[in-house]
Design a protein around this ligand. Sequence first.
Ligand code: HEC
Length: 428
Amino acid sequence: MKGFHQWWLRAYGWTGLAAGLLGIAAVRADFQGSTHLMPYDEDTLGYGKTADTSAIARLQERIDRGEVTLRKDGRFGYLLSILDELKVPKASQMLVFSKTSFQRERIGPANPRALYYNEGVYVGYVPGSHILEFTGVDPKLGAVFYTLDQEVAGKPKFVRTDNCTECHASARTMGVPGHLVRSFQTDDNGMVDLLTGVDPVNHRTALADRWGGWYVTGHHGGQTHRGNLVGKAAFAKQEKEPNHLGNLTDLARFFDPAKYPVPTSDIVALMVLEHQQHGHNFITRVGYEARVHLSAYGHVNYLRNAVDSIVKYLLFVDEVPLTDEIRGNPEFTRQFEKLGRCDSKGRSLRQLDLKTRMFRYPCSFLIQGEAFAGLPEPLRQRIYQRLHDVLTGKDTAETWKRLTPEVRREILEILLETQPDLPPTWKS
Ligand code: HEC
């Protein structure tokens, strides 16, 4: 196995190099085959013809039934009212200025795109554009895409569209309809230098490689990153003066903050987003795999690697360690943590640490969300089984050595009290 691993790494390195020369950033695979495009529109999976049950679909139903009327204001259109109805905190705002998404002509360093999210939905807003963008999280389908045209007469309507999968279903989203976060060096206008791309960005990505093309507010001590750097000169200066434009709390030198509901592009919101979006893609991918396997073989026994790999992700096994404390907008942290399910000692999986690692108890809060709950039962049982093996110390492999016996015990205790659908073997 070790030989295979080394071979794979070497092969990956060369593929990466070849891809780099061709101008395509290499994408790290989570398990063998995990970046291959899945036949998501074919019969077993039926992406396009299956009804969406995400928070967006549910809000549209409430609008249709007359239970909700969205309010429009002169500055942000329907944005604030929609964030309110979807319970998405304004403090989750993050600003991206690279010309990487479908409204790229309107996006740039002086007019960044704003993104907002919670666990059920991601929202995109570009000042000056009448189109709002949304991805809903559906337990079966994965990401489901919508636009809302603010200039259409009459009641505003979320319109489901599959055009977005051109970018949002590829090797970069684990081959399923999913979410994207990337990091590039850009020129003065926000055009990306493809050779500098990092994909995918999540809790395993070194901070030094993150946030190229993004604004970042908050403190991170001596740790460096690529955020707030616009154009070659800024990157060159950062080489000589590490943290030139790091540890910023005010972005007014780059653009007019009054164009946005809040003035921040919060570092903690970014870090949680990066963990969450790849986690959502991962859950969608293994869910799709499980449905294909159940329909072909009636079992999921062949998905061992995928199960091991998602358990590693959920337990933050390859998380980059923090070397200085991260301090962001306290409002985001408050809103994020308050949704945690607490055990009798007041502990929850949403408690942040931000001193040496992201979370106080490194087991993903996503395990308590709708996407995870919607995984096919036999697969969820497998994941719970592997998790139990690791947390109880039955699995003694090197892989898990970063989880101290104390951390394992704490996570086990929290899950036993706050995770309702654990298999009976956990209780004995
Ligand atoms: C040209 C490629 C491209 C197309 C087409 C595209 N996107 Fe994206 N999208 C991106 C990239 C890249 C990101 C990551 C953030 C960024 O760079 O702006 C992203 C991020 C997002 C996000 C925030 C996080 C996430 O990934 O869920 C939303 C919401 C979103 N897009 C919605 C849409 C919708 C809705 C459509 C179709 C109407 C769409 N996008 C079409 C490239 C694209």
